[in-house]
Design a protein around this ligand. Structure first.
Ligand code: NAD
Ligand code: USQ
Length: 392
């Protein structure tokens, strides 16, 4: 199977490319290194040192004997996107290549516009390129559980049967996203669904929960194969951040009461879910949705799991929530489709001990404590003197 991984220099794209290569896919990679530029903009770095792409690829060649072609370019450049797909001729495209931080998208107008243009235009160019070059290519697209928000009913896998005024239909599950980033994913989902319905494309939208963990079987083989480990207040996600705070002996920063619940998934399960989606493709014309989570926990309960599993003392701090989100709510996610395909999930308590604390202890001296302080507020106050600026 020829598999093109877009966003292959990122936290998830790199380990996924290695995992698929390891199990026998002929893998091609694409990235424009935008994520590395966000680090420069924000003045932060991955906790675990990451190597340049040429070093990563040379290390994988040395270890596995496999050469992976790399396409450097930007999906918002339509001619680059078309040419890459024409050249690589994939059976399946795994699309990770987006701006993925909710706080980054909420910094100001400039960052909201950048997020939506980068994500929505890149994805739209990709849909056109697939339709132009080979409509039978299966698109595996990373969506997010945050597209659904936190409704007071069970969250189905993409579709819900509704009875209204005596008539029934199966319709897309309602979306109530919580940031301009999450909104960009909803826009993507609509564009993909439309092209499946109208052009007959085939796609799997993976509504993934918050990913935690760091090492996969392949990235653990050599330091040069390590993937990034973000912990700052803009790109870091809460479980990995809590693990760092525990190791450093700093209080875990639970926002608000911590009653907000999220779907979670271990990075080792992410790479396996992608394999399962690729190897069991959607039918032509089908827009398929999987909820890619393995368990749901409130933020406060996740902090308790960290406190229980870390061998040292752990303090929990309840800080003002900089986000606008429901503090307490019902949350039940249906997530059976990937398990039906064979996924055997890891659970958070076991994962923390497996790899996260070890990685943090090894690189604890690289932590910039100030970078973990919440810096982006969701609320907006009127300011008629504010000047619009253009993206750099
Ligand atoms: P990441 O930022 O580490 O990786 C994304 C990669 O895409 C980066 O290397 C970046 O340079 C590249 N990229 C961005 N825009 C591009 C463009 N226009 N052209 C080419 N390359 C581009 O993010 P990640 O954590 O690996 O997440 C990957 C995907 O999974 C994202 O779409 C994200 O929304 C989704 N997701 C992530 C999580 C999570 O917890 N990390 C959870 C759910 C969904
Ligand atoms: N939170 C804390 N303390 C912290 C950081 C976050 O309590 O120090 C809380 C937030 O208020 C939020 C929850 O933890 O309720 C999750 O926040 P997060 O920063 O860990 O993750 P989030 O912004 O939701 O985004 C991440 C990824 C994104 C992906 C999403 C999946 O960055 O790419 O789409 O997880 S989901 O949340 O299911 O939408």
């Amino acid at each position: 199977m020829r598999t093109l991984v877009l966003g292959a220099d990122g936290f998830l794209g790199w380990p996924t490319a290695l995992h698929l290569s390891d199990v026998g896919h002929e893998v091609g990679l694409c990235d424009n290194f935008l994520r590395r530029r966000y680090d420069e903009e924000l003045g932060v770095e991955s906790l675990v040192p990451i190597h340049p792409m040429d070093v990563r690829l040379a290390a994988w060649k040395e270890i596995s004997g496999k050469s992976l072609p790399f396409y450097e370019g930007d999906l918002t450049d339509a001619s680059f996107t078309n040419a890459m797909i024409e050249d690589f001729r994939p059976d399946v495209i795994v699309h990770f290549a987006e701006q993925r931080s909710a706080p980054y998208s909420m910094i100001d107008r400039e960052h909201a516009v950048h997020t939506q243009v980068n994500n929505v235009v890149g994805n739209l160019n990709l849909l056109y390129a697939i339709a132009d070059v080979d409509p039978s290519i299966h698109l595996v697209k990373l969506g997010t559980m945050g597209e659904y928000g936190t409704p007071n009913i069970d969250i189905e896998e993409g579709w819900i049967e509704i009875e209204h005024k005596g008539r029934k239909d199966v319709l897309p599950f309602p979306k109530q996203p919580g940031s301009f980033y999450h909104l960009s994913k909803v826009h993507d989902s609509h564009n993909i669904m439309f092209t499946c319905r109208v052009w007959g494309l085939r796609a799997t939208d993976l509504n993934q929960g918050v990913v935690y963990g760091h090492a996969t079987r392949q990235t653990a083989l050599d330091d040069r194969l390590a993937t990034r480990f973000d912990y700052d207040a803009v790109f870091g996600t809460f479980v990995n951040r809590f693990a760092i705070q525990a190791v450093l002996g700093h209080p875990l920063t639970v926002y608000g009461t911590g009653g907000q619940t999220r779907g979670l998934i271990d990075i080792r399960d992410t790479v396996e879910c992608i394999r399962l989606a690729c190897e069991n493709p959607a039918e032509p014309g089908e827009f398929r949705v999987f909820n890619q989570v393995t368990e749901s926990l409130s933020v406060a309960d996740a902090a308790k799991v960290v406190a229980q599993t870390y061998p040292g003392p752990v303090e929990i701090d309840y800080v003002d929530n900089p986000r606008v989100e429901l503090p307490e709510h019902y949350y039940r996610v249906i997530h059976t489709k990937l398990v039906d395909l064979g996924l055997e999930p890891h659970l958070l308590s076991e994962s923390l001990l497996h790899s996260i604390y070890g990685a943090v202890e090894r690189y604890a001296d690289r932590v910039d404590v100030a970078a973990m302080r919440p810096s982006v507020d969701w609320r907006r106050t009127a300011n008629p003197t504010r000047q619009a600026t253009e993206p750099a």
